[in-house]
Ligand binder design. Structure first.
Ligand SMILES: Nc1nc2c(ncn2[C@@H]2O[C@H](COP(=O)(O)OP(=O)(O)O)[C@@H](O)[C@H]2O)c(=O)[nH]1
Ligand SMILES: [Mg+2]
Length: 253
């Protein structure tokens, strides 16, 4: 049976995910109530069908953005709405069937045990994982650990996470960036700078083939340029905060 909460919700940003989204949302609903999907200007017809699903399911809400704004912007729209309804924590997961719904409850439990923390998924890759993505991730993780002076970020890119809503919302309101694919790594680094502790938990990640309905909007060149520029920003931020980070480390915090 689906577990119901008034403090913790599942939030799924979604952009042209194809058929996989229906299975993803149904699996999440099987684990958790409520589940909210933010349809980020999708043009593949999934938005309309998700809205129709929500009409028959009070535990499912669909928020529709009229134009595509990017993952981070879609997340922020969901966080703003969730905060208004008194939610304190949001578990984010992708809409495209890559993330494990069966890990929702253990992640929510960890969040309840550590309310100030962000609960970060550490990906367990299968044989289906493209090598180029696995390697790219090591580079991003190396930078994220440098930028936070080893604050304990297990994985900088995996989007299966529970965030304290207020901390993330306040951060995003102040930052111009983090609206697109740069959302996941920049959010953890900046939250770590603000003293939000990281709890790392393993979670498998699937890469369904195109025949199985796998869809990705990751554009190798465009998104790596975006991520490189993001790490340049973060390294500058890191240098500016170095005295604070060192003081924290020395203080054992
Ligand atoms: N790439 C991308 N993803 C978006 C956007 N808006 C929402 N999302 C969601 O963010 C998640 C991650 O995107 P995806 O293309 O699957 O990236 P990948 O899993 O790293 O290959 C998915 O759930 C998307 O549906 C957007 O504008 N671009
Ligand atoms: Mg994906």
């Amino acid at each position: 049976m689906s577990e119901t909460a008034s403090t913790h919700l599942v939030l799924i940003p979604s952009f042209n995910p194809g058929e996989k989204v229906f299975e993803t949302v149904a699996e999440a609903r099987g684990q958790w109530t409520p589940v909210w999907v933010v349809v980020d200007g999708s043009t593949d017809g999934t938005g309309e069908r998700l809205a129709a699903m929500a009409e028959h399911d009070p535990g499912l809400r669909v928020i529709t953005l009229p134009h595509n704004q990017g993952k981070g912007a879609a997340v922020l729209a969901g966080l703003e709405a969730a905060a208004l309804e008194g939610f304190t924590h949001a578990l984010l997961m992708d809409s495209d069937g890559q993330h494990p719904a069966e890990r929702i409850r253990p992640f929510m439990t960890a969040s309840r045990e550590h309310p100030p923390a962000m609960i970060l998924g550490v990906p367990i890759f299968g044989a289906d994982a493209p090598l180029i993505r696995v390697r790219g991730r090591r580079i991003s993780n190396w930078w994220a650990n440098l930028e936070t002076l080893g604050a304990g970020i297990g994985d900088s890119l995996y989007g299966f996470r529970v965030y304290p809503i207020e901390a993330l919302r306040d951060l995003m309101r102040q930052a111009r960036w983090m609206r697109r694919f740069d959302f996941d790594p920049e959010a953890v680094v900046r939250l770590a700078w603000r003293g939000v502790p990281a709890v790392n938990l393993p979670a498998s990640v699937r890469y369904p083939s195109a025949e199985e309905g796998g869809v990705s909007h990751f554009d190798y060149l465009r998104d790596n340029v975006l991520l490189t520029w993001m790490h340049i920003r973060l390294v500058i931020g890191f240098v500016l905060r170095l005295p604070l980070l060192v003081a924290r480390r020395m203080g054992g915090r």
